[in-house]
Design a protein around this ligand. Structure first.
Ligand code: DAH
Length: 341
């Protein structure tokens, strides 16, 4: 049986030449030499067999051996697995590294607000596809192939199928609702729309709209005005004034555009309202009888109103955002400003 001294010499060589390949290697080393059943422990247990007059010297050698084994291990401390048991203690009272929390996008916040204002008066949310066919985006809305109003909306066509477009407005959802739902209907339809526009501060190739549609017996223009007036006072405050200007849309008759008194200057004139005191916020009108007929609805029995607003426009007015590109650049310095209070 080799003496304690010989045993230590052999293991010393092993320790000196030990070069861990990785954390697992180092951990095996720890278990082999420093573990509760490791070599250091075993050799310590051997001390009792050493003759009393040699114990002092053997004890010193054992201590030196233990230090050597530990130092080797510590020299590779940065390889240690955190689960290795000998990992440095973590001070759990130190403040953590902050995790940057995201915020809701301003357009989504405003869209949610628009939707909930209309939900309070009985509108429900409806959505439709962003790739739309000609019928739902144009023809059923009283815009046949040769209609000049099509030119107002620079359309993206889908190469695969000449009948498909990226919807140019959420009015296409109106068409889908009239096609599939039984009357009366009262829906608010938020969504993304696309137009082939050069991107600038004032135009973008995609943006967002919210469409409203109400069709029932005895729906009048007065209902339209009152509904939109309610919306504006909820959205922009009680003192906001509205005005309607006659306009033209193929799918409504009569049609109007609605302005609100400028929320920035209150009507005295500023950049937002281009010194007119008024800002345009949406288009609206009574659903055209021909459009109702397209969906087998008798315009002598049913009437309805519709409106469509740009979510970017409402957001611009509410928060004075003066460049449309900011909405899609994902610059956190912009987005962080809309953190809800
Ligand atoms: N679809 C129109 C646009 O994109 C907006 C619009 C106007 C929608 C009048 C309507 C409406 O429902 O009645 O410019």
């Amino acid at each position: 049986m080799p003496s304690l001294h010989e045993l230590m010499k052999t293991h010393e060589q092993e320790i000196n030449s030990f070069q861990p390949a990785g954390a697992a290697d180092l951990e095996n080393y720890r278990i082999r030499f420093l573990g509760t059943k490791g070599i250091v422990k075993l050799l310590s247990a051997e001390m009792k067999n050493v003759a009393p007059d040699q114990r002092k010297e053997a004890g010193q050698m054992l201590n030196a051996f233990k230090t050597l084994a530990e130092e080797k291990y510590n020299a590779f401390a940065d390889m240690k697995q955190s689960s290795g048991g000998n990992a440095p203690a973590v001070d759990i009272t130190l403040p953590g590294t902050p995790i940057a929390a995201g915020t809701r996008h301003p357009l989504r916040m405003v869209e949610n607000e628009i939707v909930s204002i209309f939900e309070k008066i009985g509108f429900s949310v409806a959505t439709g596809p962003e790739i739309e066919d000609d019928w739902h985006n144009f023809t059923s809305l009283n815009m046949p192939a040769d209609h000049p109003a099509r030119d107002m909306q620079d359309t993206f066509y889908v190469a695969q199928n000449p009948d498909w477009v990226l919807r140019t407005h959420t009015s296409s959802v109106q068409a889908r609702i009239l096609e599939t739902q039984s009357l009366p209907v009262r829906v608010i339809c938020p969504g993304r729309v696309y137009r082939n526009e050069t991107i600038s501060a004032r135009a973008h190739c995609f943006f967002h709209q919210c469409e409203g549609l109400y069709v029932d017996k005895n729906v009048s223009f007065a209902d339209l005005k009152q509904t939109l007036y309610y919306f504006v006072t909820e959205m922009f405050g009680e003192n906001t004034k509205v005005r309607f200007r006659p306009s033209y849309f193929p799918f409504t008759e009569p049609s109007a555009e609605m302005d609100i008194s400028c929320t920035v200057c209150g009507g005295t004139g500023c950049n937002l309202c281009k010194h007119s005191g008024w800002v345009e916020i949406l288009g609206c009108g009574m659903v055209h009888p021909d459009m109702l007929r397209n969906f087998n609805i008798d315009p002598e029995v049913y009437t309805g109103f519709a409106f469509g607003m740009g979510v970017e426009r409402i957001t611009q007015i509410k928060y004075q955002v003066n460049d449309l590109r900011l909405y899609s650049q994902n610059d956190v310095r912009f987005l962080r400003q809309f953190r809800p209070a």
